[in-house]
Design a protein around this ligand. Sequence first.
Ligand code: BGP
Length: 458
Amino acid sequence: MIQFPKDFLWGSSTSGVQSEGYVAQDGKGESNWDYWFKKEPYKFHQGIGPQKASTFYENYVEDIEFLEKTGHTAFRTSIQWSRLMPNGVGEVNQQAVVFYRDMFKRIIDKNIKLIVNLYHFDIPYALQKNGGWENKETVYAYAEYAKECFALFGDLVDTWITFNEPYVPVECGYLYQYHYPCKVDAKAAVQVAYNTQLASALAIKHCHEQHAHHRISIVLNLTPAYPRSQHPEDVKAAHIAELFQARSFLDPSVKGEYPQELIDILKEHQLMPEYTQDELRVIKENTVDFLGVNYYQPLRVAAPKYAPHPNSPFFPEHYYDHYVMPGRKMNPHRGWEIYERGIYDIAMNIKNNYGNIDWILTENGMGVEGEEKYCVDGIIQDDYRIDFFKGHLIELHRAIQDGANCQGYLVWTFIDCWSWLNAYKNRYGLVSLDLQTQQKTIKKSGYWFKELSQNNGF
Ligand code: BGP
């Protein structure tokens, strides 16, 4: 029996965009996702956008019952900024206030620890139109939005997240064209990353000023970078990959400072963002109270085979190639490697290099296509998912035994939901969603998760 510490949290994460959906007259404004879908629907998997998601906005009362039935003691979701403040600034949508307050209240009434994220890849289009995160005005608009959330919901919510995986919109939106605005512009990417970090620090500042006892964090995908070999050039490639992918947000969020080596690389390529000493002070003085960590797959890299063409736009990959490890274990549906040991390595990195700060594993999960074929008597027999969870929990447990300060395990996700790049192709939920009927049914993993939570181990 693998036993977790007393009061260890068991639950799941979702996001507003991926679960809520929207209905006529709900007062929601357009987000970057709504706008992009309207403009280029063919860029979305099977032409499906976030209009319906898993209809949580309409059905949250019944959906919350499933939290209890699957043994949740913790739940993380996000507020959609464009729902609360349709124009990004100014007027607050009162229907959104009623919705979020009632939803939060029902969750805490069930004695479930509620963690509320302010930003999960979605910005009001009104702000995106004016440059989005490239524009420093967005930083101050976000700070106002955060303040509004702390004021409106601070009596119900005491644990906050400033951003989910902020590196993702940076790389997907400004380097690799997976997210709107689909630019290839490293200079903009760096400014967006810096502005996001500043916004996170300002939210932390306001949170602590408004509610001294509240705790606030950032959620990062701290993928360890594993070198192909111990050849010094491979090791160097992994080191630089980690500077970009993990430490660009981890260091300023926990230590209040950027790694000097990252600054040196950015200077060498004339990529430094616009910043002021006052802003750096805000970042320095407002670090997180704890960390959220999402983990799905490792990053494997090798020294680059070729020198970049002198006219090629800058990519972090000028310093490393992606490496496919022979014999790796794969989730073929998502195309992601499964490497349970990554959790242990993340935990030891936090312990040894980041002051052993408290953290929660805020996302871990397995997206599988065509799960209907595993359905027996109406219940999806997702043993592969249970094995996936067990494998990762063994490593997490080992890390805790070795001194890691992890305080909870949240899976992705609660009910099958819409995905940014894959719509409903891969299902992650503890509860299945029938897209035609909107019927929701607990999977085998959902029942297993309840036992896991009740026994505080397996
Ligand atoms: C994380 C995101 C989630 C979720 C998850 C699964 O990076 O925070 O929002 O989408 O990945 O990924 P995907 O939906 O691409 O399969």
